[in-house]
Design a protein around this ligand. Structure first.
Ligand code: SAH
Length: 232
């Protein structure tokens, strides 16, 4: 079975967007993953095909209706394996981590609900058992970019997509550390030299240096990650 992303959105024309280029785009063209979009608006029944309404209890903005979002979710679920998780991209969601990305990439795919306006009616999230995932502590104007972030992170882990599996094993978060710094030619640039050890040809010493750099950078920049690593 091909890993498949199904995106529920009122802006299907935003897809594939950046996912149609580079690594993800090439893999999409090669059939290594599949992308489907469902236009939520096609599930709206009213004369004006509106998908949102004013918030109960008052306040600014509009809320996506539960009945319409549910119809879109049900339609999406009908055409994918039953164990495909449904995720609502939301600033209130569980922060996305590389571990979660790995788990999702290892499954059959994902159904992603993209919010707009103030968000979606809570009842659809409860009734359809939808998980909430956030891509960071900031607020976007819609879930589409967040969906693209999540899909991109998953797709690059699929077999045959990244090509160089070794680089996946060493990159940031793979071992719980941030990655060591990279250098390439020229050997000297604006008076800055490539660290000698990297030119020594001594693979053991290079590995040791990279490990030390990764630890130093993690300690400095992400004490939270460093603490978690020490506790493991
Ligand atoms: N009123 C909401 C924000 C709505 S933003 C609140 O305060 O929580 C509109 C939509 O953008 C959301 O429904 C969600 O789908 C998406 N979105 C915004 N920020 C996001 C984030 N950090 N991660 C994932 N999705 C986000």
């Amino acid at each position: 079975m091909t890993w498949a992303a199904t995106v529920l959105t009122i802006f299907p024309e935003m897809f594939p967007g950046p996912l149609g280029l580079s690594l993800a785009g090439k893999a999409l063209a090669e059939g290594r993953w599949a992308l489907a979009t469902l236009d939520i608006r096609t599930f709206a029944t009213g004369k004006h095909r509106s998908v949102d309404d004013t918030p109960a209890g008052g306040g600014a903005g509009m809320v996506m209706r539960a009945d319409i979002a549910a119809a879109a979710i049900d339609a999406a679920r009908a055409s994918v394996p039953a164990d495909t998780p449904t995720i609502y991209l939301s600033p209130r969601g569980k922060p996305l981590t590389q571990a979660r990305v790995r788990e999702l990439a290892g499954g059959p795919g994902i159904i992603l609900l993209c919010g707009r306006f103030e968000g979606v009616d809570q009842r659809v999230l409860d009734a359809r058992n939808v998980a909430e995932v956030s891509i960071g502590d900031f607020v976007l104007s819609g879930g589409e970019l967040a969906a693209q972030v999540l899909i991109d992170a998953c797709v690059r882990l699929l077999p045959g997509v990244a090509g160089n599996e070794v680089s996946l094993a060493e990159e940031s978060f793979a071992s719980g550390l941030l990655e060591y710094p990279h250098y390439t030619r020229p050997k000297e640039w604006e008076g800055r030299a490539i660290p000698d050890v990297l030119l020594s040809g001594d693979h053991e010493k290079i590995a040791k240096w990279r490990r030390e750099q990764a630890e130093k950078i993690t300690k400095e920049r992400r004490p939270d990650l460093w603490e978690r690593l020490k506790r493991r």
